[in-house]
Design a protein around this ligand. Structure first.
Ligand code: NI
Length: 137
C-alpha cells in the first residue's frame, strides 16, 4: 500500500544568539563565528512540515492543508515569529537555538497533535543555504 506525503511551508522571522554554556568565550567565538555576536542577529526562517498517511477515499485528501497550516502556526510559528529565540519562547528555554535544536523542539511541539496521518519530516531553512531536516526513522 503506497503512502502519501504532503508538505506545508510556513515562514517566520526571529533573532537568536548561538552560545554554549559548556564552552569558553573563545571556544564559542571560534565555533559559532558571527552567530555568537553578543547582541544577536536575525533570520528569515522557512519551515517545511511533511505529514504522511493514507489518502482518504471519501475526500481524496490526506489532511486538509488549512487545518495543517493552522496547527503549525498554533504549535510553532505564532510562538517564535518576531521573538528572540534565546529568551522569549517558553518551549525553547535552555535550548541553544541552532537549526538542529529548533527542529528537535518543533518536532516535540507538533508530534502527536495531527488529526490524521503522522509527522514525517521537519525541514528548517535558516537561510537558503543552511538547511536542517529531522525525519521519523
Ligand atoms: Ni544565526
Amino acid at each position: 500500500m503506497p503512502v502519501c506525503r504532503i508538505t506545508r511551508v510556513e515562514d517566520f522571522c526571529a533573532s537568536h544568539r548561538l552560545h554554549s554554556p559548556h564552552l569558553s568565550e573563545e571556544e564559542n567565538r571560534a565555533l559559532y563565528g558571527k552567530c555568537n555576536n553578543p547582541n544577536g542577529h536575525g533570520h528569515n526562517y522557512r519551515l517545511h512540515v511533511t505529514v504522511q498517511g493514507p489518502v482518504d477515499p471519501a475526500t481524496g485528501m490526506l489532511i486538509e492543508l488549512n487545518q495543517l497550516a493552522a496547527l503549525i502556526r498554533e504549535c510553532i510559528t505564532d510562538q517564535v515569529d518576531h521573538f528572540n529565540l534565546n529568551v522569549d519562547v517558553p518551549f525553547l528555554a535552555g535550548v541553544i537555538p541552532t537549526a538542529e535544536n529548533l527542529c528537535l523542539a518543533f518536532w516535540r511541539q507538533l508530534d502527536g497533535r495531527l488529526p490524521v496521518g503522522e509527522l514525517y519530516e521537519l525541514r528548517l531553512e535558516e537561510t537558503g543555504r543552511n538547511i536542517v531536516a529531522l525525519c521519523r526513522d
